[in-house]
Ligand binder design. Structure first.
Ligand SMILES: [Ca+2]
Ligand SMILES: [Ca+2]
Ligand SMILES: [Ca+2]
Ligand SMILES: [Ca+2]
Length: 223
């Protein structure tokens, strides 16, 4: 269906045939075509000659890269060591040669995020290059671009959730209200306020307090 034969006749009676392209070729569907041209005379018996025509289709860069996902969702522990592989993005390109050679880059990314992650332009590997701190930031969104050798591009997003690790111990600060304490103080008098904080979240940040037993004091929770 891709080719037709146009037979032209010269004034001197010689004929020549032209092979004409009828519709658009697509190397990604069919990279070569094999035709057999037959010439038949008008004699009796009929005699014929044949020629084989092999047509190779060269590639045009008519396909942009395609990411394996439109949105990558990634969860990273906040204590992931620097240099660790965090995740990988991948795009494919159905052309061939340089038309299918993909390079990756971050697009439209803030400088402070760029310090935390590096993207290998060849492999799409993303490594951690700075400290991730859940207490500092719980979520990042970055855009990645893939570009083929002919300049066609595609974009995808990466949603990065940072997972809390119990990397903070509770801290205590004591604010004495009465010290020394008059011996005639009535029971239930507040003698000191103790602030307890833990920068982690969830169970990692839940603290309970206890004190030596057999003392004439008790701890009371106040928010
Ligand atoms: Ca391409
Ligand atoms: Ca192509
Ligand atoms: Ca903690
Ligand atoms: Ca933490």
């Amino acid at each position: 269906p891709f080719f037709s034969l146009l037979v032209r006749e010269s004034p001197d009676g010689t004929k020549h045939a032209e092979l004409v392209l009828e519709k658009a070729l697509d190397r990604e569907k069919q990279r070569n075509h094999h035709l057999i041209l037959t010439a038949v005379d008008g004699g009796d018996p009929v005699r014929s000659g044949t020629a084989q025509i092999k047509i190779n289709v060269t590639d045009a860069n008519d396909n942009p890269p395609v990411f394996t996902k439109e949105i990558y969702t990634v969860r990273l522990m906040e204590n992931l060591p620097e240099g660790s592989l965090a995740f990988q993005v991948k795009a494919t390109d159905s052309d061939e040669g340089t038309n299918a050679e993909i390079t990756y880059s971050f697009s439209d990314i803030a400088k402070n995020i760029l310090k935390l992650f590096t993207l290998d332009p060849r492999t799409g590997d993303v490594r951690v290059t700075g400290p991730l701190d859940y207490e500092e930031r719980k979520y990042y969104e970055v855009s990645v671009e893939s570009k083929d050798g002919g300049g066609l591009t595609a974009h995808a997003k990466v949603h990065i959730d940072i997972i809390d690790v119990n990397d903070h111990a509770p801290t205590l600060s004591l604010l004495p209200i009465l010290n020394p304490i008059p011996e005639d103080s009535v029971p239930s008098t507040v003698v000191a306020v103790i602030n307890v904080r833990d920068r982690d979240s969830g169970e990692n940040g839940e603290v309970s307090c206890k004190m030596n037993e057999n003392l004439p004091f008790r701890l009371e929770m106040s928010s």
